[in-house]
Design a protein around this ligand. Structure first.
Ligand code: G3H
Ligand code: 13P
Ligand code: ZN
Length: 306
């Protein structure tokens, strides 16, 4: 059976009913797209492929979308192509015109009413053409850095109003995670109680950004071949499981893929200095990303759900 791309709403509503989370992997090239689809097929998992405006600058939405649309024809699991951290209505329209089936509008840096207005407009336009919308309320960052508005944990009551007035399909929340490989200076700490409270009030699928675990074996492998990643720290899998149990249904992973890619390419370049065929360098990177992605699908409970 071959599949076309599906909507985020359908995929996440299933996840919400089944109390699991679907991984959303950031894509910037063909190898990462192939890795995600291969992992999804092997694990019988739904999967979300997402691209940022920086991915557009690097590879082009049109090219990424063409690869995804072509590649999913050979898949028998549901796949969503999603805009990650769209910064404007223009970016949203560009993604939709390029064949994305879902968009995120990220107005989290704006004040509440501005975020609400922008999100509402994006929902109108996107829903009119059957495209799902994720929005964000709160500002990502570690709890220890919660100073002067830079980090702003999501307020449950505000989330309720925001979801009711905008009609978004999924909401990204700030509970102490942050983007990148250096998430905590001290012990990892998340506000799982906030997820629980927000889910009680809004009911819709919730999204966790900045959720990479920065796994020790991958960091060790990269460092063994020369990488410098001192102080890298991610979200423990146990916290991820707690977050899922309390209402998170989409989990964004980019950093763990970057680390896997880096570890594998460093290894092959260090061990085979005579090698200069890009396929021999990127092939192992693709394989290690598949391994990382399969682990996520199992840990998030999406494996076996497609
Ligand atoms: O949320 C950020 C993701 O890790 C993607 O980052 O904007 O460099 O593509 P990017
Ligand atoms: P990580 O940096 O933890 O992988 O988070 C990625 C993300 O949230 C993309 O939107
Ligand atoms: Zn993000």
């Amino acid at each position: 059976m071959s599949m076309a791309l599906t909507s985020l709403k359908e995929l996440l509503d299933n996840a919400s009913r089944g109390s699991y989370a679907v991984p959303a992997f950031n894509i910037n090239n063909m190898e990462t797209i192939q890795a995600a689809l291969q992992a999804a097929q092997l694990e019988r998992s739904p999967v979300i492929l997402q691209a940022t405006e920086k991915a557009d600058q690097y590879a082009g939405f049109g090219i990424l979308s063409a690869i995804v649309h072509k590649a999913v024809k050979k898949c028998s699991v549901p796949v969503v192509l999603h805009l990650d951290h769209g910064g404007s209505l223009e970016a949203v329209l560009k993604a939709i015109q390029s064949g994305f089936t879902s968009v995120m509008i990220d107005g989290s840096h704006l004040e509440f009413n501005k975020n609400l207005e922008l999100t509402k407009r994006v929902v109108e336009v996107s829903h009119a053409v059957g495209v799902s919308v994720e929005a964000e309320l709160g500002r990502l960052g570690g709890i220890e850095d919660e100073v002067s508005g830079e980090v702003q944990l999501t307020d449950p009551e505000a989330a309720k109003q925001f979801v009711e007035e905008t009609g978004v399909d999924a909401l990204a929340v700030a509970i102490g995670t942050s983007h990148g490989a250096y998430k905590f200076k001290g012990e990892p700490k998340l506000r799982i109680d906030l997820v629980k409270r927000i889910k009680e009030l809004v009911k819709i699928p919730l999204v966790l950004h900045g959720a990479s675990s920065v796994e020790k074996d991958i960091v060790d492998m990269a460092e063994a071949y020369g990488a410098k990643l001192k102080g890298a720290k991610g979200i423990p899998l146990e916290s991820i499981r707690e977050a899922i149990k309390n209402g998170i249904n989409k989990i964004n992973i980019d950093t763990d893929l970057r680390l896997a890619f880096t570890a594998a390419t460093r290894k092959v370049l260090a061990e085979s200095p005579e090698e200069f065929d890009p396929r021999k360098i990127l092939g192992p990177a693709r394989d290690l990303m598949v391994h990382t992605m399969r682990n996520k699908m199992r840990a998030f409970g999406s494996a076996g759900k497609a």
